[in-house]
Design a protein around this ligand. Structure first.
Ligand SMILES: [Zn+2]
Length: 101
């Protein structure tokens, strides 16, 4: 599952923005001027708006899910040492799965 602001982004319609995945740094695939909910809450509320959507091409791959969990955990841990260990794990995953990483 893509996670907003990590490998899934929302912007103003026709923003002309480019987004890069915060997990694997890939250029995100964009869908311009989409009409729909911008998140779980707006989906539940049937609140549809025009917006641009950006999603990482790798988002459905199992390694990317694992990498996403690491990135989220790195953001959340107060421990610099643990963060460094998780960053090393993350680098391994990215190296194994992305050509040229
Ligand atoms: Zn990605």
């Amino acid at each position: 599952m893509a996670q907003k602001d990590y490998d899934f982004f929302i912007a103003e319609p026709n923003s002309g923005e480019e987004k890069y995945c915060r997990v694997c740094n890939s250029h995100c695939k964009s869908s311009k001027n989409v009409f729909g909910p911008t998140g779980f809450v707006s989906a539940m509320a049937n609140k549809f708006t025009y917006h641009d959507e950006f999603v990482c091409l790798h988002t459905d791959e199992p390694w990317h899910e694992k990498a996403l969990q690491l990135v989220v955990a790195i953001d959340e841990t107060p421990s610099k040492r643990i963060a460094d260990l998780m960053k090393a794990d993350l680098q391994d995953i990215l190296k194994e799965n992305i050509r040229g990483a």
